[in-house]
Design a protein around this ligand. Structure first.
Ligand code: FAD
Length: 550
């Protein structure tokens, strides 16, 4: 906690200096003593301190000042610092006014000037007041605060960005918190422009872009070098494994990833089948550990989205969302997959306002004691259902088929069966979502026909698609957009179109030499953490072989 402040206010500079000296001598080790030569200057100072969330323990003001009197000033100071102790310094002649002010302005004490010796006339009173202040003082939260609407997509994105990047924050819902509204007023921020991210120094970002937020929270968005041996796009298990192996084997390695390292695994509340973690590991933890490991070996991470790939001779350029480019000899595309969207009426409008894709772990706590719906019958849906069951009153899993046996691992099916507040509804689909500002109801189609059920949260896991549309057409892909690599490039026994090398493509090499593919984004990949890690590590070996050709 920052040292609490004692503020002395007097328009007579000699008296002000004397007060400040006496306060410093006795309290300087524990408190910061500040001064103001007028009531208005003191109010300005208090407003600034408030915006920086600095604690003010005591305000000591002279009564006779031009413009605003001490009593008036102390009364107004209560709007900013109601908990501070207020002391009025008066001349003997003002004693009557001071006594009245104890009631009207809630002044805690008045002191007659002069107060010599301070050991007798000043310190006992102030020490008593300060002890009292300390007893009732609750230090403010010193991290980031996000003020927004629970049912806003922008708000959801900001919170997801911060939590997925392991940036601690406190979320304040403007609809349910008087403190949030008051804070917005104190900082003179427009409560209709949300979300707002407040920093401990009192500054704020209103409805920030991811890159702006990334820079402010200390994430790197610009490459440190002009050129790298390998640029890895995506920091899921495949990209992270490549970063660890690449950097540890001496390759200049850059990883480009707009989210926190961890990829899809990061949204997994518990991975129980990854080698070496007998009691499971959260995806976020696995991502954090791998990130530290890769960074320790010298890999560099940029919080950026790749938006283009340009080939120029032996150089490969990855274009970034902010318009910059990074160059390298080798590119590894470890893009993973993203969730398929529901195409029912209402789904697009209510995305982020009650309908979420992926586990959206940041929403779990908001769902406390509510009823939650999960669509999907694969492992990811099962993990999410179990996770939400810890917070929600009830979790309803909606599956199109007869049950989970064909699509989910047995250990998850068993755990779901043991969890009393999860209900499975087979042969059931969502056909429409209703709500104005937020999700309010779902139309379900089941074996007994259609019915409308009230709902505030729906988490969707209906398969995944690769996000490869930004890549040039020279990269061959299958009908779903998954990238072809290695032997898959020549299913007809011929070299890929445009392939000019005298050698065959390496395993995991795409139809463009020096551009490799690993993990879920690769056609035919096994959609598992371990396989992605394996492919990421193997890709580095082929990158070495490719680089040996220069
Ligand atoms: C909820 C859930 C639970 C799961 N549970 C398990 C489990 O228990 N066990 C298991 O083995 N597997 C599990 N899986 C599957 C596993 O997480 C994936 O197979 C694995 O994460 C694939 O790794 P990847 O690196 O290929 O891709 P991803 O993990 O998808 O990572 C790809 C990364 O690339 C980034 N990216 C995409 N496009 C760009 C771009 N243009 N620029 C920059 N970066 C980009 C993405 O942001 C992402 O971080 C689960 C998946 C989910 C969703």
């Amino acid at each position: 906690m920052a040292r609490p402040i004692l503020l002395a206010v007097d328009d007579d500079v000699n008296v002000l200096e004397a007060v400040v000296q006496d306060l410093r001598r006795q309290y300087g080790a524990t408190y910061r003593v500040m001064r103001a030569a007028s009531a208005q200057a003191a109010l300005d100072t208090l407003a600034q301190l408030k915006s920086r969330q600095e604690p003010v323990a005591l305000i000591c003001s002279d009564q006779r000042m031009p413009g605003i009197t001490g009593v008036e000033f102390l009364e107004r100071s209560r709007e900013l610092y109601p908990e501070s102790k207020r002391v009025l310094l008066t001349a003997y002649a003002d004693t009557e006014a001071a006594i009245q002010a104890i009631n009207s302005a809630r002044i805690h004490y008045y002191l007659n000037k002069p107060w010599d010796p301070p050991e007798e006339k000043l310190y006992p009173v102030l020490s008593d007041l300060l002890e009292d202040w300390h007893a009732g003082y609750q230090p403010p939260f010193e991290g980031l605060r996000v003020i927004g609407h629970r049912w806003s997509l922008k708000d959801h994105k900001v919170r997801t960005f911060l939590s997925s990047n392991h940036v601690p924050y406190r979320w304040m819902d403007i609809a349910g918190s008087d403190d949030a509204l008051k804070l917005m007023n104190d900082l003179q921020l427009d409560a209709t422009r949300l979300p707002v991210v407040l920093f401990p120094d009192g500054s704020a970002l209103v409805d920030p872009e991811p890159a702006e937020l990334a820079t402010r929270v200390g994430l790197r968005t610009q490459a440190a070098q002009d050129f790298y041996d390998i640029v890895v796009v995506g920091a899921g298990p495949a990209g992270l494994a490549a970063a660890v192996y690449g950097a540890s084997e001496g390759l200049r390695t850059l990883v480009v990833e707009p989210q926190a390292p961890g990829g899809q695994a990061g949204s997994s509340s518990k991975i129980e089948n990854y080698l070496g973690f007998p009691s499971g590991v959260t995806g976020a933890d696995l991502g954090r550990r791998a990130h530290i490991q890769a960074t320790r070996f010298g890999a560099e991470f940029l919080t950026q989205r790749a938006t283009g790939l340009r080939i120029d001779g032996q150089y490969r350029f990855i274009q970034l969302a902010d318009g910059r480019e990074v160059s390298s000899h080798v590119v590894l595309l470890a893009l993973g997959v993203h969730y398929r969207k529901l195409t029912i009426p209402g789904a697009e409008r209510l995305t982020g306002r009650g309908i979420y894709y992926g586990a959206a772990l940041v929403e779990a706590v908001s769902c406390k004691d509510e009823d939650v719906f999960v669509v999907g019958g694969a492992n990811s849906a099962g993990q999410a259902a179990l996770h939400f069951a810890r917070y929600a009153r009830k979790v309803t899993m909606l599956v199109r088929g007869a049950g989970l046996a064909a699509t989910m691992s047995k250990y998850l099916i068993d755990e779901i069966a043991r969890t009393s507040n999860i209900e499975l509804q087979a042969f059931t689909q969502v056909v429409e979502a209703f709500g104005e500002e937020r999700l309010e109801a779902l139309q379900l189609k089941g074996p007994d026909g259609e019915r409308r059920v009230p709902a505030s949260s729906l988490f969707v896991f209906i398969g995944a698609a690769p996000g490869t549309e930004w890549l040039p057409a020279s990269l061959m892909r299958d009908e779903y957009g998954f990238l072809l690599a290695g032997p898959d490039l020549r299913s007809d026994g011929k070299q890929p179109d445009g392939w000019r090398e005298s050698r065959e493509p390496f395993l995991l090499e795409s139809s463009v030499p020096g551009v490799f593919v690993a993990g879920d984004v690769r056609h035919g990949s096994i959609k598992r953490v371990a396989s992605a890690v394996g492919e990421g590590s193997i890709a580095v070996q082929f990158a070495h072989q490719y680089l040996a050709g220069f």
